[in-house]
Design a protein around this ligand. Structure first.
Ligand SMILES: C[S@@+](CC[C@H](N)C(=O)[O-])C[C@H]1O[C@@H](n2cnc3c(N)ncnc32)[C@H](O)[C@@H]1O
Length: 318
């Protein structure tokens, strides 16, 4: 494939030609895809590569080639033997991050999985032929090194403050109650002094099914799925009812959060509000939008899908 790519998709000439419309990317890509397929099929046969698993019951069955699945299982079994609880958690996160990158999807559909791929394909993101992965090793090494680097960096930056994560439905989560279980002193402080502000990036209406996007981790670690609690999931679409339920969901979140906030709070919400729903949401929560900042989103994983801008809404009490 390396030789084939060098010959038919030379860097950077190929992309220049596409840009100047000297090459029609779609036709050329499809043509080369067909041309390379027999070579791929021959190699798959020769090296006895098993592209699909026998079952398709779970996410891990469906979205991983047999070899990848075997490696994931191997690492998972090794992790079980780790005695130090902190190390175990870190290595688990590295594995989770690794297998996210090893799903049998094309590079263009990382965020919204379509169908598992089993062959080489023309990749618009990289402007060449790409193939499904046969091993997790490359990502495992990359993310292991990267995680260690980030941890060291964070260790230098962190201050002597307490922070934690509480998971739950933000429409009704009991923040103080949850904190009491982890750090009673801190919970008391929050109850007395209240919270100064919120910075959040809520889901957008009908764009992503987050459970599906992280299905590999639910499967691997045996977490309980709670799809029905997602606000604005893709499966509900962007119709009238979906928008209504989104507005209701976000309003409930803000009303729940208000209980824990100081009088003069600041809330910042990052949103791609193409349906202009945030004025209503703010109204429902007794808040006002005092400022809006535009934030261009340039570096998305699926590079071909165009840049867009998001708004950061600054909300305060009415
Ligand atoms: C745009 S993402 C932002 C995620 C995170 N802030 C980040 O930057 O990585 C929106 C998140 O809201 C979560 N979400 C959806 N409904 C929720 C609910 N009812 N309660 C809490 N979180 C929810 C989704 O699962 C998703 O992780």
């Amino acid at each position: 494939m390396y030789v084939f790519n060098n010959k038919y998709f030379p860097v950077p000439e190929y992309k220049y030609k596409v840009k100047r419309k000297e090459i029609d990317e779609k036709t050329y890509g499809e043509e080369k895809e067909k041309e390379f397929l027999p070579t791929f099929n021959k190699l798959v046969k020769e090296y006895k590569i098993k592209l699909r698993q026998d079952k398709e019951d779970s996410f891990l069955d469906k979205w991983y080639t047999q070899h990848i699945r075997d490696e994931i299982q191997f690492v998972f079994d090794e992790i079980k033997k780790i005695k130090n609880a902190d190390t175990k958690k870190i290595v688990s996160v590295i594995l989770s991050r690794t297998i996210r990158s090893c799903r049998a999807t094309t590079h263009a559909d990382l965020a919204t999985l379509l169908e598992p791929i089993t062959a080489t394909y023309y990749c618009g993101k990289h402007g060449k032929m790409c193939k499904p992965l046969f091993s997790i090793l490359k990502w495992w090494e990359t993310y292991s090194k990267d995680t260690v680097k980030r941890l060291a960096q964070y260790d230098k930056l962190r201050k002597d403050t307490f922070h934690t994560c509480l998971t739950g439905d933000s429409r009704n989560i009991d923040l103080v109650g949850g904190l009491y279980k982890i750090n009673p002193d801190f919970a008391e402080l929050v109850e007395k002094q209240k919270i100064k502000g919120i910075f959040s990036s809520p889901p957008y209406v009908g764009l992503i099914d987050y459970h599906e996007q992280h299905a590999y981790a639910y499967d691997l670690f045996g977490f309980e799925r709670k799809d029905e609690l997602e606000i604005g999931p893709l499966f509900k679409g962007q119709g009238r009812e979906a928008k209504q339920s989104y507005i209701q969901g976000l309003s409930d979140v803000l009303n729940n959060a208000k209980k824990y906030l100081v009088y003069d709070y600041d809330i910042f919400l990052v949103a791609n509000d193409k349906y202009n729903m945030y004025p209503t949401i703010a109204e429902n929560a007794g808040m006002q939008i005092v400022n809006q900042y535009k934030r261009p989103v340039l570096n998305r994983t699926e590079k071909d899908k165009g840049a867009y801008a998001e708004i950061i809404f600054h909300l305060k009490s009415k």
